[in-house]
Design a protein around this ligand. Sequence first.
Ligand code: HEC
Length: 685
Amino acid sequence: MIHLSVRATTYLIGSLAIAVSISGCGNEAARPAGSAIESSTPAADRDWPLHGRIDGEDRFSPLKQIHTGNVGDLGLAWEVPMESQRGLEATPIVVDGVMYVTSTWSRVFAVDAKSGNVLWKYDPQVPREWGQRGCCDVVNRGVAIANGRLFVGTFDGRLVALDKDSGEELWVTNTIDRDKPYTITGAPRVVGNKVIIGNGGADYMVRGYFSAYDAVSGELQWRFYTVPKNTTGPFEHPELEEAAKTWDPNSTWDLGGGGTAWDSMAYDADLNLLYVGTGNGAPWPRFQRSPSGGDNLYLSSILALNPDTGRLVWHYQTTPGDSWDYTATQHMILAEIQWQGEPRKVLMQAPKNGFFYVLDRATGELLAANKFVRATWATHVDLTTGRPVFTDTADYSEKANVIFPATLGGHNWHPMSYSQQTGLVYIPAQDTATYFAPDRLSILTESMHRADMETLLPEPWLGFAVLVAWNPVTRGIEWKVPYPTLGNAGVLSTAGGLVVQGDAQGFMNFYDATSGERLHRIPTRTGIIAPPVAYEIDGEQYIAFLAGWGGALFVLTEQGTAARNYQNNGRLIALKLGGGEVPLAAPLANPKPLPAGEQVVMLSPEATRGRMTYMIRCGACHGWFGQTGLMPDLRTSPQSNIDNLEAIVIDGSLVPLGMPSFAGVLSDTEVADLKTYLNAVRVGQ
Ligand code: HEC
């Protein structure tokens, strides 16, 4: 059984200093000029007002001034430094000439979307120790704007409302149990007068839920738990009574069950349905979590709720009894497509498990489920029962297996896009596998050990990113573009016939939406993972995006990725026709050394224990595979740092740099074992 002890540090919200630095806000002169030039574009098409541009989140821009014929003339309109060297994942929101975007540590920037002048900044002062509570970097995917208010979730679990014009704080609400490793990285959504937000943490053992808060007061309106806390009740809401029937009464309830809703939502105003995607189980393997089996509702599910009441209308579970970290938190798109000759309102999702799902979004009826990448855990999904048919490979309760897709997923958080012109969905997919074994202390980290992978795979293999153009009607791949490394970025499609996607090498790529032909690419030398957006001001179209490598792959800066050779200073870049040169990131003074982790080191029992601690506590930032990422490679640490590890790891001497203190988390023995391990694997000193 997995027991990851949860840190018990309490953070006092009241003691957090909330700093708002305002420059020129509320001041007419600092605001962008109004539309001086007449534009024939309908007002609704000019902005990017919501996370996925529209409630249905198709991320298709109706703008067509930039098109397949002139995309080669794109150049820099402006850029803004994001004061970050870590992952940038946010979708910029553009309303009335102002762009609102988030940087790392949940900081908000308001920028004049025409000139690039920064209007105001807001820093929620997330305690840097919170960094250790997230699996995948201190990222944030963006804000929501409604009725003059801006909403942002903070990495330490607060929901904040700001005045959108001044950046002044209106209210701050704590959304979590602060003794548990919850985080918020997703963008809030606003439905009517409610702000909806979930959280992350299932990889670190928490119970998933999402909540609705009053947009004006910040008061909690309703909360939906995605998993029960036991099978006997009392239940917080009736849906949990149903869910409880799908769990072993002897489940590892103290580990929370998982099911965190850390990213995707969409809203259908006609049906008044809010769709929320839920995450993986905690712990990962069902044979540990719910030993006698069961579907374990509502893990890895798409939930449709009435947003007024928070009551469930229907649900569809993509991966019953999830044991593979196959979250269904991936982007959902609402569209109307021709289904067997009839127009049908559908919801489309490409979750981590590698199947592309098409559901009737009024009823939840499954219409299609087809593999868009290699997936070896199931042969197919039975459309009559709506259930996957598992392969023998999927079961790793007794024997280790390599299973496709990996825990990274066939598709992760990177938003896809549906073009209303081509009828295709452009998926930032990835071909990946994970080594799953029954006897690991922590499936979270140990399962990914590369040496084990190599005993089962013919050659060193970490996976590759691939942009897939999926036809939801014919249920097949129309075209695809492979990338040379792992590491993908969100996608935009436009009425100009373009598909726009960045890459790990630091290029912004422009493809023909019909053929997949690459028409143009702009080098930045900064790895890109965030999705681009399109907007128009004064009759001129822009394409804007964040460049900044990090996220789940920040431990994995492979050869060929920009962050291995160039400084990873995050920036917000806007392009327009006839613009200038995009500045290239400067080279690193000392390019990262090549992976040295290939050598086999015989470890003493102490060092083996140290390695385990390293995997659980340190690897998420300093790297699991022996590759060098953005954080220092501890195999090359100065000897004095290893000798005095307590100063850094317990006393917190590097907390200001983002290196958390593990005081109260690591025992003296664990620190001693860590030292033994780090000394055993030292290279190059
Ligand atoms: C949340 C991310 C995170 C985690 C988890 C983490 N570190 Fe760090 N660590 C950092 C950052 C950030 C720095 C400072 C980087 C810099 O120098 O700018 C750092 C620096 C260090 C350094 C000094 C740099 C060097 O090369 O010697 C040591 C030693 C270190 N960490 C050890 C550990 C150990 C041991 C663990 C696990 C118990 C751990 N860290 C877990 C983020 C992390």
